[in-house]
Write a protein that binds this ligand. Sequence first.
Ligand code: XLS
Ligand code: CA
Ligand code: CA
Length: 445
Amino acid sequence: MAHSHSSSVNFFGSVNKVVYEGKNSTNPLAFKYYNSQEVIGGKTMKEHLRFSIAYWHTFTADGTDVFGAATMQRPWDQYKGMDLAKARVEAAFEMFEKLDAPFFAFHDRDIAPEGSTLKETNQNLDIIVSLMKDYMRTSNVKLLWNTANMFTNPRFVHGAATSCNADVFAYAAAQVKKGLETAKELGAENYVFWGGREGYETLLNTDLKFELDNLARFMHMAVDYAKEIGYTGQFLIEPKPKEPTTHQYDTDAATTIAFLKQYGLDHHFKLNLEANHATLAGHTFEHELRMARVHGLLGSVDANQGDPLLGWDTDEFPTDLYSATLAMYEILQNGGLGSGGLNFDAKVRRSSFEPDDLIYSHIAGMDAFARGLKVAHKLVEDRVFEDVIKHRYRSFTEGIGLEIAEGRANFKMLEQYALNNKSMKNESGRQERLKAILNQYILEV
Ligand code: XLS
Ligand code: CA
Ligand code: CA
């Protein structure tokens, strides 16, 4: 098979480079809102949005679900084994260039098959990593993050770093060690930890405290090893409340922040927040982003959406403008994502099985976030919510409120105040009025 960069293999033959044509375009293979070079608040859209394509959903997944077989038509699937792995790299870089996507992300097992031993598995990985490195050298595409898949193989049946089996813990350590070496080799801007099976199903057989301690020991070893090899990318931990385990330890942003602080890891990690995981946790996406932001731990974003009617991790492409706008609002208020980005951890539906659907879906997600960015920028610029919030808390800027806010108040003093206070008046929160203003911005900006 052809696998040199100069080869003219064309997996997306019917697709030319996708360009911005504006909101009146009817071309399905053009951006309507994402204009990469348009400057918004001093930065280009491309710099703000830092889009990333997820290898697993786009180049590896075949459409299998719990009820049915593969449906995806993927021209690279004509190959097998390592040839398939190489063909996927070609397809990936063809697509990155056609969509002008600046980043991508992968699990170790997405890019290369496991061998019969760990050694062989690592050799397979090395071959593909070096091929990727060649492609990266001649394109402008960078690795947003890599991670270790420690959930598919049956050895991880009881978890990885939280397994009851020390041999499995050791195997997981070896895998992440290799992952960090890969991150260094490819210049990954971040390294992600998503605990695929780090959680439990029943307390009847689980030493919860010991598992949490082990998870923290594992993370500290990772921090130490990155330091040892000089890998300086940002470490990210990705919360999720359930699936596959009943209780995932990194349940949501708040739980994960508490874990990081409890074990002295908060200076080494930030959070990678996924929209669908937020909704699985019973939160909005913006809640999770805000929680991380106010703790200074907002690192990166997995941009997708769930289906509220199904209620499981459907990883759909993000097309909800409200969610994209409020997410971009948090990201702007955070001063951007730093080394993070907007990774489309999203898959086309099983019924969208043609290769072109992969392009349509990314255009849909990129356009939604581009629009969200524009609206959010205008909301911030006009101080729409800031002024309302400032006004709403004004009782803490003088008198007894100021004493409280500046830490000078105590219960006795507050009792005295309350005993003497003649009038207490609350004001409306004006929620519906604010939502109507948000609608105006989404429709008019
Ligand atoms: C699965 C997670 C996973 C992480 C990376 O639900 O979203 O894909 O992002 O392991
Ligand atoms: Ca994710
Ligand atoms: Ca998910």
